[in-house]
Design a protein around this ligand. Structure first.
Ligand code: AMP
Length: 219
């Protein structure tokens, strides 16, 4: 059973690693960003509320995120464990998550903090392509799809994310910097935080994440 959080700035590789861990561990990747983008595409009340914040690179309000996660974490597939990608992002969300997990009678195993220098984040986000159907992630220069513009997995047409424009990227990094530190401190104090170098090739990052989580769950 693995219950893990992936922390890290936009472009650190949380989505890519969380998808790989989902396949390795057989637990769901739970991405608040993916859930919100789906809600925007479906035109739900949640999507309409979130869209403006997302396009501007701002955080969606904590109560909206916590309501969504309370419902998501109570679903049967999450009883086997989960990889949280992009949540929690604020101290209030981390506190809310603790309350949700307490009610479910479970605890976190580890919090992995993916570290990548800022110039590299901007480079990655600027050339990112995503699949709107299956959420697969590509990078124009370093990880292009086999057929230009098409998803390797499902064949859908790849798109750039609305919030991967330069102004939104800048704002997202700024918001991350102002919110991340208290979260990292909280999880460090709880003895759960593992910093992992997110700069190397994706599979070496994956191995490093697995090593730190295995060390934690073997205790
Ligand atoms: P992501 O795909 O994780 O980069 O998320 C895309 C956007 O969705 C973010 O820039 C926020 O606007 C919003 N979002 C995703 N997760 C959260 C969260 N935990 N708290 C607040 N906003 C979020």
């Amino acid at each position: 059973m693995k219950r893990v959080i992936l922390l890290g700035p936009p472009g650190a590789g949380k989505g890519t690693q969380a998808q790989a861990l989902q396949a390795r561990w057989g637990v769901p990747q739970i991405s608040t960003g993916d859930m919100l983008r789906q809600a925007v595409r479906d035109g739900t009340a949640l999507g309409r509320r979130a869209q403006g914040y997302m396009n501007a690179g701002e955080y969606v309000p904590d109560d909206v995120i916590l309501d969504m996660m309370q419902e998501r974490l109570a679903r049967p597939d999450a009883a086997r464990g989960f990889v949280l990608d992009g949540f929690p992002r604020t101290l209030a969300q981390a506190e809310g998550l603790d309350r949700i997990l307490e009610r479910l009678g479970v605890a976190l195993d580890a919090v992995v903090d993916l570290e990548v220098p800022e110039e590299e984040l901007v480079r990655r986000l600027s050339g990112r392509l995503v699949c709107p159907e299956c959420e697969a992630i590509y990078q124009r220069d370093t990880q292009p799809p086999k057929t230009p513009g098409r998803c390797d997995r499902c064949g859908a047409e790849l798109v750039e994310r609305e919030d991967d424009r330069p102004e939104a990227i800048r704002r997202r990094l700024e918001v991350y910097r102002s919110e991340a530190e208290p979260l990292q401190r909280r999880y460090r104090e709880q003895g759960l935080l593992h910093a992992v170098n997110g700069m190397g090739p994706g599979d070496s990052t994956l191995r490093e994440i697995e090593r730190s989580v295995d060390a934690e769950t073997a205790r």
